[in-house]
Design a protein around this ligand. Structure first.
Ligand code: MN
Length: 343
């Protein structure tokens, strides 16, 4: 039996209800008071990372947007259901505190779920692409940093058209595919070409673009990446270099310039994220992408997206959970970046 004195002191310790992290403790107590108690994780309306619902007219510092869109896929559809599924699963990735970095985004600034991009032209790819761009111009006009959930990867192009409208931005792109393909079956707005389009529109700087995790049979389509000076790190080179060297190279490339980060769930091995249009075996484990995103903390971010969650192929919901976890990690580094700039 345990020493009675030791047991008594343990029992005394257990009477404490406050958290050791005093600042977080007071923040959460204040929040619960404001909201009339702790919100049940399984009740109410699902929002991205349990964020409050607002509109762009409320001008949150960071806006979480859904882009329910899959008109631009080369093969399997379904990403139009991505935002809804990520909203539902992201309650399990919603913080409040990043255990590795200590960041509590809600203590740094105001972020909100601002709903989905509205579409009129659901049968017309070119028109829908223009609608996405027009919506994000309004977001940028309101000085809101966008953190978006797709949707197929084609959405990054119209988003970047707004984000990079005043100057080309740097790009950190985590994906199995470089997505710099040309016209395909009569369109250049497909999900295999957003970063070629963005470079040609002058809204990203190809020489300040790094693509990480690239692999698979689509390789012959990525000439534009090499020809335009993008840095392509295939999955094999990633493991040869080691994650710290990859992070260091990306940081060195973009420096303190405005940087956008685009994360495609198919960068991760389909053992973890099968629910995506173009799964590519031999990819990252989720922990590596978490570590990479944390490794980018301190860069000068102007926005990010999480794309290619396709719930019809996501029978366990794990793809949406992994995507939600990366959404949370991205929120942490975006919040840190914006907060640092405001100080
Ligand atoms: Mn992609």
């Amino acid at each position: 039996m345990t020493n009675p004195e030791k047991l008594a002191s343990l029992q005394k310790l257990a009477e404490k209800t406050d958290l050791n992290d005093r600042a977080l403790n007071d923040f959460l107590a204040e929040k619960a008071k404001r909201e009339g108690g702790r919100k049940l994780p399984y009740a109410g309306v699902s929002t991205f990372l349990k964020a409050p619902q607002k509109t762009i007219d409320d001008k949150p510092d960071i806006g979480l947007f859904g882009v329910p869109f899959d008109l631009a896929v080369t093969n399997r559809p379904g990403t139009r259901f991505g935002p809804q599924q990520v909203r539902q699963l992201s309650v399990m990735a919603a913080g409040p505190k990043n255990h590795a970095t200590g960041i509590v985004p809600a203590m740094l600034l105001d972020y909100a779920d601002c709903g989905d991009v509205p579409f009129e032209s659901v049968y017309d790819l070119d028109a829908a692409t223009k609608e996405i761009e027009a919506f994000y111009h309004k977001v940028i006009d309101q000085n809101i940093m966008p953190l978006s959930v797709g949707g197929d990867h084609s959405i990054s192009y119209p988003i970047l058209k707004a984000v990079g409208r005043d100057r080309p931005v740097c790009l950190i792109h985590i994906d199995a595919h470089a997505d710099t393909g040309g016209s395909f079956n009569g369109s250049r707005f497909h999900h295999g070409g957003p970063f070629r389009n963005a470079a040609l529109a002058g809204v990203i700087d190809p020489e300040k673009t790094i693509q990480i995790g690239i692999r698979g049979r689509a390789e012959p389509h990525w000439d534009f990446s090499y020809d335009s000076g993008m840095r392509v790190i295939h999955i094999e080179e990633f493991y040869e270099m080691g994650i710290d060297a990859v992070i260091a190279e990306a940081r060195d490339l973009v420096g303190d310039l405005p940087t956008y980060i685009s994360f495609d769930v198919d960068s991760i091995d389909p053992a973890f994220t099968p629910g995506t249009g173009t799964p590519e075996v031999g990819g990252f484990i989720p922990r590596e992408v978490q570590a990479m995103i944390r490794g980018f903390q301190g860069l000068n971010f102007v926005g990010a997206d999480v794309v290619e969650v396709s719930p019809p192929y996501d029978q366990s919901g794990n793809t949406a959970l992994v995507a939600s976890t990366m959404l949370w990690e991205l929120l942490c580094i975006l919040a840190h970046s914006l907060h640092s700039r405001k100080e």
